[in-house]
Each structure stands twice: as structure tokens, then as C-alpha cells.
Design a protein around this ligand. Structure first.
Ligand SMILES: [Zn+2]
Length: 416
């Protein structure tokens, strides 16, 4: 494991502004990590990615191990060389994806499942996940944990917490790459005592950072905040903390207020491909008729490549005719917006105005107008497999996919 220097520069209550030092440069936190599930941030070239000022991106162990396979990635010299990306990369462990599959069979040894695209029988364990992630060669790897389904009873959850601790110890024992950091994951469902138990077990194993898993599964904003309140006090203050799968503006600011430093979520990129822009005044659906002849940039306060050069009318047109450039521009804008949002939050922690920033976020992004949690879309992938190679949303129907009103799914699968 490579230790990850983490220097806290300022605090505001539990919120922290810090710097993570990696071999590929410093990461100023709090930070939002765009998702590049299949070894690419969808629609963006590495040159575009630079435009967004994203500091670190996430890639997916489960999907990359299936296609193109970690051996091919290693043949390129690792993910960074294959993708031609110079920012740090974090790989998830594959745990969440596997547990979200209906036919996964779990034993103490690991999980057996049929790959969702071709039905191929596959086995994933702490050792196998570490083998894949070390071959992928990201800067930060994640331990293999057991994700709880929403609605698991407490007795089963307690057993799962203990198994997760054993799996995370096995992950650490199997991790030998000296230039890669390894984060632990705290589970424990929706019980304060189980969260505390998991945090104690995982921190006593000892990792370079700690993630909070099992959230964004349809529990809603208030319960997410409760779980953070039960968990972060048990995590060491001098290590980075990562809230997995969470990325709505309100969740981000309340996560930071509870001491979280890192976040990832597919909504910024997925919504972009549906023509939904995040702006200083809330979400804009560029496909709305009212933008048909609108000569202003999408966000008049944004200096991203899309807003600096193109009109709402042109981008509306691109989505209307299904030109992929519409998705590219929207993705550049949204990732740039999330990077700036986190940067502004960081500044507010440093200059003592975090509470004012937090109040402003509540004003612009009230909980009731937020889209459904990611799990409600049926997959954590940055698009379901059926459309993985597909067309932008605007080509699939007269009206592009748009965020739905907050409504927990009837029986959501685990998000992380
Ligand atoms: Zn912009």
C-alpha cells in the first residue's frame, strides 16, 4: 500500500478543506470524482476531460475485468497509459456490481455470478478483486466488501458486517502493489451500532483512507445524513473519507458538512447525455422548446468550453437532431460545474463562509426537486449495457431521458 499524504488546511465544524498528495499530483478536497465505468468518461476524450478541471476519476473493476480484461489493460502499462489520462484514477472493487446481480451466490470464499451480458460464470473474491485492481494499476484501489440490499434484517446485516471485515483483511493481505493506495469500506446498513461496529473493525485493520458504502440505495437524503452522523465520528480524522455513489448537490454539501472529502456519482455525466445541465440557478433541460432560439450560453456564469463558445439554441439543436456533440458539450459543462461547485465549497471552508454556502445550496437545490437516487435508474453503470455503445438519449425518442421526481424505487438494489 502506498500511503496517501493528507493535509487538512481548514475546517468549518466537521467540514474539511484538505490536500491529498498522489504521484500524479495534488487533489484539493472536497472533491467530486467523475465516473469512467468502462475505461472512458463517456463522450469525453482526455483533452475534453482536462477542460472540465476534474482532479481524479473513477473506473470500474467488474466491467473492465470482463471487457477488455485486466491483462489487456496491463499490456498497455495500466489504465493511465491505455486511457492516456494523467489525473489520478480510483478503481472500485466490483463488490457493488456483483451484489446488485440477482443470481449472485455468496459464500465465505467469495461470490459466484453470471456476467450480465453473456451469462459467463464468474467468481469474485477479495483476492481476485485485488489481482484485477493491481493489474489495472489505478492510484487508489478499494477493498472487496459485501453490500447489503436495502431492507436486509438486522441479524443478517450484523453477519454481513463481520464477513465484510474478514474480506477487507483478506483484501489487505492480498494487496502488494507498493505504488497503489488501498481504501477500506465501512458498511452496517441503517443501524447506528452496526455502523460503529463496522467502522471499528475496518479502521483497526488500517487503510490509507475510508469509504462509507451502502448508501444511495433509495434511502433518501435524511437517512443518508443520519448514517453519516453515526459513522464519520468513528473514522480517524487524519485520513481521507469517501462517500460512495453520492453526488446530488444537496447530498454533497451535507456530506461535506459531516466530514466527507471525496464523492463519486454518475448523475453529472448521465444527466448530461439526456440534455440536463447543472447551473448556478438549478437544472436546465436544454431540450425544452423555450431554448430553441435562445442566443445566451447555457449558464451565463460559467466559463467552461461549452458556455464560452456555444448558444443554448445551438445545443438545443444538437440534442434535437441527435448529434453526439450535444452530449459532449453537456458533459464538459456538467463536470466543469461539479468541479467548480466543490472548489467553491472548499473556498467557503477556508474563508469561513461555509454555513452561508450550505444555506445557498439548500435554497437552489431543495430536497423535493432532486431527481431520484441513482439506484432508481436500475443500474450504477454510466448507462445500462444494452445502450453501452448506443446513441445519445435524444436519438432514442422524441423526448430525452430526464431526471424523475424523487421517489424511492419499490425494491431498490444496493448502490454501493
Ligand atoms: Zn459551462
Amino acid at each position: 500500500m502506498k500511503s496517501l499524504p493528507f493535509a487538512i488546511e481548514a475546517t468549518a465544524g466537521a467540514a474539511r478543506a484538505a490536500t491529498l498528495t498522489t504521484a500524479r499530483g495534488d487533489i484539493r478536497t472536497p472533491v467530486f470524482m467523475p465516473v469512467g465505468t468502462q475505461g472512458a468518461v463517456r463522450t469525453l476524450s482526455p483533452h475534453h476531460l482536462l477542460e472540465t478541471k476534474s482532479q481524479i476519476i473513477l473506473a470500474n473493476t467488474y466491467h473492465l475485468s470482463q471487457r477488455p480484461g485486466e491483462a489487456l489493460v496491463a499490456k498497455h502499462g495500466g489504465l493511465h497509459k491505455m486511457m492516456q489520462v494523467n489525473v489520478p484514477i480510483l478503481t472500485d472493487s466490483g463488490g457493488f456490481q456483483v451484489f446488485s446481480l440477482k443470481k449472485a451466490s455468496v459464500t465465505e470464499e467469495g461470490v459466484t455470478f453470471a456476467y450480465e451480458l453473456d451469462g459467463k460464470q464468474t467468481f469474485l473474491s477479495p483476492e481476485r478483486s485485488m489481482e484485477i485492481q493491481q493489474a489495472l494499476g489505478a492510484d487508489i484501489a478499494m477493498v472487496f466488501d459485501e453490500c447489503l440490499a436495502f431492507g436486509t434484517d438486522k441479524e443478517a446485516a450484523a453477519r454481513s458486517v463481520d464477513r465484510t471485515a474478514r474480506w477487507e483483511q483478506r483484501s489487505k493481505d492480498a494487496h502488494h502493489r507498493a505504488d497503489q493506495s488501498l481504501f477500506g469500506i465501512v458498511q452496517g446498513g441503517f443501524w447506528a451500532d452496526l455502523r460503529a461496529r463496522s467502522a471499528k473493525q475496518i479502521t483497526s485493520i488500517g487503510f490509507d483512507g475510508y469509504a462509507i458504502g451502502g448508501l444511495s440505495v433509495g434511502e433518501g437524503h435524511a437517512i443518508m445524513c443520519d448514517v453519516l452522523d453515526w459513522t464519520t465520528p468513528h473514522l480517524p480524522a487524519d485520513k481521507p473519507r469517501y462517500l460512495m455513489g453520492v453526488g446530488r448537490p444537496l447530498d454533497l454539501v451535507e456530506g461535506v458538512a459531516r466530514g466527507i472529502d471525496m464523492f463519486d456519482c454518475v448523475i453529472a455525466t448521465r444527466h448530461a447525455r439526456g440534455g440536463v445541465f447543472y447551473t448556478s440557478k438549478g437544472r436546465v433541460r436544454i431540450t425544452d422548446k423555450r431554448y430553441r432560439v435562445d442566443m445566451y450560453p447555457v449558464d451565463t456564469s460559467c466559463d467552461c468550453y461549452a458556455c464560452a463558445n456555444f448558444t443554448r439554441a445551438y445545443i438545443h439543436h444538437l440534442f434535437r437532431v441527435g448529434e453526439v456533440l450535444g452530449s459532449i458539450l453537456a458533459t464538459i459543462h456538467n463536470l466543469h460545474w461539479f468541479a467548480r461547485f466543490m472548489g467553491d465549497m472548499r473556498k467557503s471552508i477556508i474563508d469561513g463562509s461555509f454555513e452561508a454556502f450550505r444555506a445557498h445550496v439548500h435554497e437552489v437545490w431543495p430536497e423535493s426537486t432532486e431527481p431520484a437516487p441513482v439506484a432508481a435508474w436500475g443500474s450504477d453503470m454510466d448507462d445500462p449495457p444494452a445502450t453501452a455503445e448506443g446513441l445519445p438519449a435524444a436519438r432514442r425518442g422524441p423526448r430525452p431521458a430526464a431526471p424523475k421526481p424523487a421517489r424511492p424505487p419499490a425494491r431498490p438494489g444496493p448502490r454501493r
